[in-house]
Design a protein around this ligand. Structure first.
Ligand SMILES: C[S@@+](CC[C@H](N)C(=O)[O-])C[C@H]1O[C@@H](n2cnc3c(N)ncnc32)[C@H](O)[C@@H]1O
Length: 270
């Protein structure tokens, strides 16, 4: 019987390299309380099927779907279990991923252990994150590839390159989109949809959820409007506050924005 085995024991018995990467302890922290639920779990990258077998034992009431660009011999890898499904295709092929979504519906957990190439990691996130259930987790393994130009990363420009690590770092701005005091703010498709982004050594977790709390600092991305409303509500004579917040501070914000845009242009930061 495998039902009482913890993830570490299962990882050892299937000899998955997630153990030596140090991922198992972290996964257990996230998954222990939900292991008996009926979930839909998608793992990108099957290889020998070790992790699929581990997930299949650990999440015994769930369906574990594995996809791989290469043909996987289910019999040879002993993946012919009732709660394992295997499909061949690329993680960045829109048509293939949409067929998977059509077949299984939304997922509760997606683990990207596929090519680890920048283009594939980001494309899969765009394709699959919208089909994650609320409170679901999107996990990307082996993020060390982001520091390696052979995987589309960039070891020479850690801050501004369009590496996959920077893609996930920037999702933290989506967590706080309400607070961005830019009156010209253009909303992003992940605003209001992310409740947590956690980084571990080589591993990223993104939690989906409703994040629609209003800011206490800005109103419609404007600090000036918030301040004007706050101050003028306390007085009959709001003209002074109008001049201060709606005119003077707005002009200041506008020039600060223009200055920042010119700086970005000169530094070729788009
Ligand atoms: C690191 S292995 C997966 C290991 C497995 N998850 C485990 O822990 O036992 C990576 C797998 O991703 C597959 N792969 C590479 N590029 C892919 C792509 N574009 N789409 C889907 N799978 C891909 C490879 O064929 C390989 O089997």
């Amino acid at each position: 019987m495998t039902e009482n085995k913890n993830l570490n024991t299962l990882a050892e018995s299937y000899n998955t390299d997630k153990l030596e990467h140090g991922y198992i302890k972290i996964y257990e922290k996230y998954f222990e309380s939900i292991r008996n639920e009926n979930l839909k779990i998608l793992e990108i990258g099957i290889a020998d099927g070790k992790s699929l077998l581990m997930w299949s034992d650990y999440f015994k009431n769930s369906t574990v779907i594995g996809i791989d660009i290469h043909k996987i011999d289910i019999k040879e890898k002993k993946l012919d279990r009732h709660n394992i499904k295997v499909h061949q295709g690329s993680q960045s092929d829109d048509k293939f991923i949409n067929e998977i979504i059509k077949e299984y519906g939304n997922f509760d957990i997606v683990i990207d252990d596929g090519s680890h190439l920048r283009k594939d990691v980001i494309k899969s996130f765009h394709l699959l994150f919208p089909h994650l259930n609320n409170d679901g987790l999107y996990v990307v393994e082996d993020m060390q590839t982001s520091y390696n130009h052979f995987f589309g990363g960039n070891p020479f420009d850690l801050k501004y390159s369009n590496s996959h690590m920077n893609f996930f770092k920037h999702l933290t701005d989506r967590l706080n989109y309400q607070e961005i005091a830019n009156p010209f703010y253009i909303s992003n498709k992940y605003d209001a949809k992310i409740t947590n982004v956690s980084f571990y050594h080589n591993l990223v977790f993104v939690r989906k959820g409703v994040n629609d709390k209003l800011s206490k600092e800005v109103i419609n991305h404007s600090y000036e409007n918030m301040k004007f409303n706050e101050k003028s509500s306390r007085t009959r004579n709001s003209f002074k506050y109008y001049l201060k917040y709606k005119v003077f501070y707005k002009i200041y914000t506008f020039f600060f924005m223009i200055f920042t845009m010119i700086k970005r242009l000169l530094l070729l930061r788009f």
